[in-house]
Design a protein around this ligand. Structure first.
Ligand SMILES: C[S@@+](CC[C@H](N)C(=O)[O-])C[C@H]1O[C@@H](n2cnc3c(N)ncnc32)[C@H](O)[C@@H]1O
Length: 199
């Protein structure tokens, strides 16, 4: 069995954590904040009506915005409370409780490969460090051969960018583009955030 994700450890230590996170994004949506930046980038990467996996989807913010743009979306998250919120707030996409380190979409009836996947909101820094390569391997396996990934996370969160690039290469990914924001600002090793576009 895979080591427990850091997110679920935080939930165990702080039982209100998931509810706080759900409410935070409900409040931001209520205030009319722009919560679609990641979805806009991914939408630009794929043809109309693509199949997109939202990996570590949380309460479904990014996947829902992609579904609104006409894509077929499957969202996967290890936290059942967040998946329940995704189902309530964003009916339409398929929302699944699974650990990305042990991803088994066929077990949930999802057998077609994806054109793209998005992994937004620091997900890669919340998976258990010992599972990072397993997660990257699982994600690569669910894409069609020309499929692409957009993975974003911040510096100073325990996963140095150099290690991420080494893990990505070791698991068969190649890096197409390194950005420092979801609105396409270029990346440098000093950037505080990374959005890696992989194939
Ligand atoms: C900060 S939230 C981001 C949620 C969503 N991507 C967003 O941007 O709104 C981090 C998410 O990563 C998920 N996560 C962490 N480790 C995971 C794992 N091993 N498998 C699936 N989801 C995981 C958490 O449950 C949590 O929903």
């Amino acid at each position: 069995m895979a080591e427990k994700s850091l997110w679920m450890r935080q939930v165990e230590a702080q039982p209100g954590h998931s509810a706080w996170y759900i409410q935070r994004f409900r409040d931001l949506a209520e205030q009319g904040q722009d919560l679609d930046g990641e979805a806009r980038l991914v939408d630009a990467m794929v043809p109309r009506g693509s199949r997109v996996l939202d990996a570590g989807c949380g309460p479904g913010r990014v996947g829902a915005a992609l579904a609104d743009r006409g894509h077929t979306v499957v969202g996967v998250d290890v936290d059942p409370a967040l998946i329940e919120a995704a189902e309530q707030d964003h009916p339409g996409p398929t929302w699944l409780v699974q650990d990305l380190a042990e991803l088994d979409l066929p077990a949930a009836g999802v057998t077609e490969p994806f054109d793209a996947l998005v992994c937004a909101g620091n997900v890669m820094t919340f998976v258990a460090p010992s599972t990072r390569r397993a997660v990257l391997t699982s994600l690569r396996a669910v894409l069609r051969p020309e499929g692409r990934a957009a993975i974003g996370f911040g510096a100073e969160r325990g996963y140095p960018f150099d290690e991420f690039f080494a893990d990505a290469e070791a698991t068969g990914w190649s890096v197409d583009l390194r950005l420092s924001t979801w609105d396409l600002v270029g990346w440098t090793p000093e950037s505080g955030f990374l959005v890696a576009l992989l194939r």
